[in-house]
Design a protein around this ligand. Structure first.
Ligand code: PEP
Ligand code: MN
Length: 263
């Protein structure tokens, strides 16, 4: 059902009154992780002011080391809700376990499935039973076909509200954190009707690449961007090196507004 053959027109997904897909660009911005109330409220206000349509922030973090900061979990969700109350920005945040689906259905506008869980088929199947919008990130080493098959797991359960997110894949290259596969956006557009957005932050792993990669993503027809923004990147508990500051985000947004019709 992710296949274009069954649905030749691009899918437009409604989130809290905003439409993702079609000819508008959705901008999702915010820190890698929710850290404190002050941090998330301040970043939320800043990205809203610059024109972002959605707030991101991880509460449950899939960290490589079990000793690294794992996220504020339910407390993080509460802080995201507070940020939504203050700014009106819908919330995008990652789910790790099927046990949390009820809470996420209630509190979260877009449920992110991270790269590491792209093939967690039980999680995907359970999310397929909900009506929530699912942001499905491409797996670390997933082919385009595998990625689409994962979307299929959600859709097979009856939930067609799936947005894909290219976030870079593992290659032999070490200079960047991952290799941003912009041709995947073109391939998805050819094969599927689902919206596809690009996350230049996790792809590059370097804050100074985010600006140009964002513009390149628009050039290949991405339906949106997910960008990590932090008020104090050097002291960020996660992914500081790839996070841009609010003033840098403001500048990027002013340039993106000249290139695309932003939601
Ligand atoms: C994230 O969005 O913070 C994240 C962990 O991304 P990914 O799953 O793409 O690594
Ligand atoms: Mn991150």
């Amino acid at each position: 059902k992710a296949n274009k053959l069954f649905h030749p027109e691009p899918s437009i997904i409604n989130v809290d009154g905003q439409k993702i897909g079609g000819n508008k660009l959705a901008i999702i911005a915010g820190p890698c992780s929710v850290e404190t109330e002050e941090q998330i409220l301040s970043v939320a206000k800043d990205v809203k002011k610059s024109g972002a349509g959605f707030l991101r922030g991880g509460a449950f973090k899939p960290r490589t080391s079990p000793y690294a900061f794992q996220g504020l979990k339910y407390e993080g969700l509460e802080l995201l809700k507070k940020a939504k109350e203050k700014t009106g920005l819908p919330i995008v945040t990652e789910i790790m376990s099927p046990y949390d689906i009820e809470v996420f259905e209630r509190d979260v506008d877009v449920i992110q499935v991270g790269a590491r869980n792209m093939q967690n088929f039980d999680l995907l199947r359970e999310l397929g039973k909900t009506k929530s919008t699912i942001l499905l990130k491409r797996g670390l080493s997933a082919t385009i076909e595998e990625w689409l098959m994962s979307a299929e797991y959600v859709m097979a359960g009856g939930n067609e509200n799936v947005i894909l997110c290219e976030r870079g894949i593992r290659t032999f290259e070490k200079y960047t954190r991952n290799t941003l596969d912009l041709s995947a956006v073109l391939a998805i557009k050819k094969l599927s009707h689902l919206p596809v957005i690009v996350d230049p932050s996790h792809a590059a792993g370097k804050n100074w690449m985010v600006d140009s990669l964002s513009k390149a993503a628009i050039a290949v027809g991405a339906d949106g961007l997910m960008i990590e923004v932090h008020n104090d990147p050097i002291n960020a508990l996660c992914d500081g090196a790839q996070s841009i500051k609010p003033d840098e985000f403001e500048k990027l947004m002013s340039e993106l507004k000249l290139m695309a019709n932003i939601i």
